[in-house]
Design a protein around this ligand. Structure first.
Ligand code: MRU
Length: 391
């Protein structure tokens, strides 16, 4: 997808193959920078600190992380230690474990001298497959968007299709295209008029920061709303469909996604609005049945609730730069330059108030209108998933 008109992916091998570049998503939408991952520590830190995030992209980064570890030490002990280290970085997205297992199983039987190269090749294959799967999800989703658009009353034909999404399940969350946003991009490029309601997605604001950035770069009409506005918009006929991604989907079709997704599914059901979930097969955890009971939910720092990150105006940033006095930013001001000083974190809550920050919630299969996969749409049920994937 495009950034300032230039096609980008979210991750790739640097020349020479000894490092991996990623887009630093903690700085978006305000600054666009790439970062080099040169060793296992870099890869693990990038995942843990959300430099990279989104279930499929976490998986690909983990796969490359094993390559980086094996470049320094190709022993079996090193492989296992790197596997465990990376797998512990984010516990909910099952794509991470899936990708790590795939690379480990590929390289473990090989002589040590061949392991790093084989891990790199496998990581690259996972990345390419992710692009193809997301593109196919986009095609299948586009067909559904067209059906919903065509089924609208005569007086609404030709108006933009109104899509609501939560968090960021766009190309920044994958290698390219995205999952939930792939049909949006395919529809936009095919000339189907649409408008996207973007949930801001507190506490980290992946919607306001990342989804809005992506849509703006692609020229897709969109409006950012606070997380609590979606139900109101649905009651007033302003939403034609909801589409989200998932970090883990159980075999019966329960979906675990960014905290707040469940509330959108409830509101959609109450208002008779279809609620779709887009996913590649790497997001399915066939070992789990009841998502609410069985999926581990990442507990994140309360600081993400009690504080918020934002971008100062150039004047405020200059005033906040080191050596310029206290300045406008009362929060932590990082970096030496004025530019770096513009990205600040400020406190929202009274000092002493605690915060609680579960990263994800589970939407039961009964609230899901359909699972849009690279193989087509399935009902959110074990029979539906087995119908697509067999077994
Ligand atoms: O915490 P994040 O930003 O990694 O959460 C991302 C999401 O919840 C996405 O919806 C999910 O990973 C699906 S991405 C295609």
């Amino acid at each position: 997808m495009n950034i300032h008109g230039t096609p980008w992916r979210t991750i790739g091998l640097e020349e020479g193959g000894e490092a991996v570049w990623v887009i630093d998503q903690t700085l978006l939408p305000h600054r666009f920078e790439t970062r080099s991952l040169r060793c296992l520590d870099d890869a693990a830190e990038a995942i843990a600190t959300m430099v990279v995030r989104g279930a499929p992209l976490i998986g690909v980064t983990g796969a490359y992380g094993l390559m980086l570890a094996l470049q320094r030490d190709p022993s079996t002990a090193s492989l296992q230690a790197a596997f465990e280290r990376l797998n512990a970085t984010r516990p909910t997205a099952v794509n991470l474990r899936w990708a790590l297992e795939r690379v480990r199983d590929r390289v473990a039987p090989l002589p040590e001298a061949e392991r790093a190269a084989a891990a790199g090749a496998e990581a690259a294959a996972i990345a390419e497959e992710d692009v193809a799967m997301c593109s196919a999800i986009g095609d299948h989703g586009l067909a559904i968007f067209r059906q919903i658009a065509a089924a609208r009353p005569a007086e609404r034909q030709g108006e933009p299709l109104r899509v609501l999404t939560h968090c960021n399940a766009g190309w920044l969350a994958t290698v390219d295209w995205g999952t939930a946003l792939a049909p949006v991009y395919k529809a936009h490029r095919a000339g189907l008029p649409l408008h996207v309601w973007v949930d801001e997605t507190r506490p980290r604001n992946q919607g306001a920061s990342l989804t809005a950035f992506e849509l703006a770069q692609e020229g897709v009409p969109h409006t950012v709303i606070v997380d609590n506005a979606g139900g109101h918009l649905m009651q007033h006929g302003q939403v034609d469909l909801v589409i989200v991604g998932t970090d883990r989907t159980t075999r019966r079709g329960d979906v675990c996604n960014k905290i707040g997704t469940y509330l959108k599914a409830l509101a959609a059901r109450d208002n008779g609005i279809p609620f779709y979930v887009a996913l590649p097969f790497s997001t399915i955890d066939w070992s789990l049945d009841d998502g609410v009971a069985e999926i581990p939910i990442e507990a994140r720092s309360e600081r993400e609730v009690t504080h918020i990150q934002g971008w100062l105006s150039p004047e405020q940033g200059a005033a906040a730069a080191p050596g310029a006095g206290d300045g406008a930013g009362s929060g932590s001001v990082g970096g030496a330059s004025e530019e770096a000083a513009r990205l600040v974190t400020v406190q929202l809550t009274p000092s002493g108030s605690s915060g609680f920050n579960p990263g994800f919630d589970v939407t039961p299969a009964r609230l899901v209108s359909g699972l849009i996969t690279e193989r087509g749409m399935a009902p959110a049920s074990e029979a539906g998933l087995r119908g697509l994937y067999g077994g």
